[in-house]
Design a protein around this ligand. Structure first.
Ligand SMILES: NC(=O)c1ccc[n+]([C@@H]2O[C@H](COP(=O)([O-])OP(=O)(O)OC[C@H]3O[C@@H](n4cnc5c(N)ncnc54)[C@H](OP(=O)(O)O)[C@@H]3O)[C@@H](O)[C@H]2O)c1
Length: 219
């Protein structure tokens, strides 16, 4: 598990302890790394192979940033800050993991309904998720011969810290347009889909973007 903000350290350590406490052989390690830097992926992979051995089975590219605002206020630095984490991060993580990936490997990229829907104030973030979905298809084509699958999960609104950065009027529109119970998704709603895509039973699915948003987007 990777985090970057010092304030997230205790929460990450807590999840790692809870995973060990399951007593079913599962173990987790916590790595602090800044995925906006090009060095982070090698640091994460080294820590992982040191702890668990040479092979890696599953990579979930979840980290992302969202800097809301009008395009008139957006700067080149905002663009770089967004794309460095949301697009270059998954690209370099994949590059670092692939030499260790044991077939049938699984790569799952966390996208957003914003990739395919225009939201006022979220153009740069949306563009980064669109790029991530394209990257998913390209990687699926490239890595399939080795027996790996690469998919994206396009999340609808979920109650996390990130949602606090989405303007409230957009959140209200999103809830109205979510057919299933007109509610926010939960972390578990998304994790279930990621879990299935990580499982052997998803073996014939690759290059797909699975919409997990209570029907918000029917792709
Ligand atoms: N919440 C939603 O409504 C929603 C909707 C659609 C898609 N998504 C997607 O779901 C994924 C998870 O987002 P979330 O809602 O859980 O957002 P969040 O609460 O803001 O969490 C973002 C995560 O990314 C990590 N991160 C950010 N910048 C990083 C960096 N430079 N290096 C390493 N880690 C970094 C954060 O680590 P720290 O905690 O250490 O900062 C945090 O764990 C993202 O890909 C997001 O785009 C979320």
């Amino acid at each position: 598990m990777v985090y970057t903000s010092p304030k997230s350290g205790p929460a990450a350590e807590d999840i790692a302890s809870r995973i060990s406490a399951l007593n079913n052989g599962s173990q987790a390690i916590v790595v602090q790394a800044d995925l906006s830097t090009v060095e982070a992926p090698d640091k994460i992979v080294s820590a992982t192979t040191e702890a668990f051995g040479e092979h890696i089975d599953i990579l979930v590219n979840n980290a992302a940033v969202l800097l809301p605002g009008s395009i008139l206020d957006a700067t080149a630095n905002d663009y770089a800050a967004t794309f460095d984490v949301n697009v270059r991060g998954p690209l370099l993580m994949t590059k670092a993991v692939v030499p260790h990936l044991r077939a049938p490997g699984r790569i799952i990229n966390i996208s957003s309904i914003a990739a395919r829907t225009g939201f006022d104030g979220l153009a740069v973030y949306s563009a980064s998720k669109g790029a991530l979905e394209s990257l998913t298809r390209g990687l699926a084509a490239e890595l399939g011969a080795a027996g790996h699958t690469v998919n994206a999960v396009s999340s609808g609104p979920v109650k996390t810290d990130m949602l606090a950065d989405v303007p409230d009027k957009l959140v209200q529109i999103q809830l109205q347009r979510t057919p299933v119970e007109h509610r926010h998704g939960t972390v578990d709603d998304i994790a279930q889909v990621v879990g299935w895509l990580s499982d052997e039973s998803s073996r014939w699915i690759s290059g797909q973007t699975i919409a997990a948003g209570g029907g918000y987007q029917m792709l």
